[in-house]
Ligand binder design. Sequence first.
Ligand code: ATP
Length: 357
Amino acid sequence: MIEIRNVDKVFGNFRALDTLNASIREGEFFSLLGPSGCGKTTLLRMIGGFDEPTSGEILIGGQDMAGKPPNLRPTNMVFQSYAIFPHLNVSENIAYGLKRLKLGRSEEEKRVKEALAQVELSNLGPRMGNQLSGGQRQRVALARALVMRPKVLLLDEPLSALDKNLREQMQVELRHLQRQIGITFVLVTHDQYEALSMSDRIAVMFSGQIAQIAEPKEIYQNPATRKVADFLGGMNFLTASELAVDGRQFRATLPGIGAITGHLSGKEITDPASAIIGIRPERLRIVWEGETADHIVTARVVDRNYYGEMTSLMVAIDGQAEEISVVETNDFGADDIPVGSVIRITYDRDAFIIMQG
Ligand code: ATP
């Protein structure tokens, strides 16, 4: 549906996008994920025709989009600051962009009605634009884009202004809506959980470059680089005293932990000296009193954070350079473990990964 080929964007002497390549499939929910300033919005604006690449090509549906203004592209954009006209009612706000299509009154009304239903605002058509809650305004902005029946909907952090509960509810609804209407969605977000929960595939970006494009589970379980691993959920990084990489498997000795095996994440290791071993916090478990486990590691609790159903413990292991995070549900009392105490932990055997640093 969308082909991004060797796209560069230079503002003055600053390179905001550096040789980007990506293919976005028809009907998929695709997210651009990365920290502030990495170039997500710049790329989205170029897909929508609000800006042009300095070099490279963007094709949509097989057609080169060079020089095409936004209204001649099969795209529509929901901006971060969705400006709803306060003096128009909801239906008029949604119909606004349709006027230039000169569809005739009954077709226009049909489309507005359909768009209102899609965003579950059927009863609010006559409500004035300045009498809406944040969530309702967000839905109107969405309906205003959908009413144009784009082949691709571009969404620039559409949920960032909403509070946490509403944002989570809208994430589910947006995903549901995309499935229902079946068009391609391209979402810009810096929120890893939003990207993981909503997307079919994610492009992770840093400093104007794409570090990895893959399905959410692949990105989380097999991050291509340390940066990707860190950006998605805080990977623990471990010090090894011995390391042997064999194809996509490796063996290592980790001071304070012992001999472990694991698998390669991302591309081949070209420089073993700078390779990094990691394990996710939830793949480490506490061994409670009276329990046994094959591999027991002794650790000292240096910090504790309570998250309701879960607790995150920062622990120090003798011989390991960095402190390690362990995430446990609170069923057995992880939330009561005192800071300063010594605990026993174990690990899932297939959970260690290695990646090029
Ligand atoms: P955020 O999540 O904060 O919106 P982003 O990943 O969307 O960040 P962009 O808005 O794409 O980032 O910006 C990428 C970089 O390009 C930033 O360093 C930004 O300052 C710069 N930039 C964007 N637009 C322009 C412009 N018109 N002129 C100069 N620099 C720009």
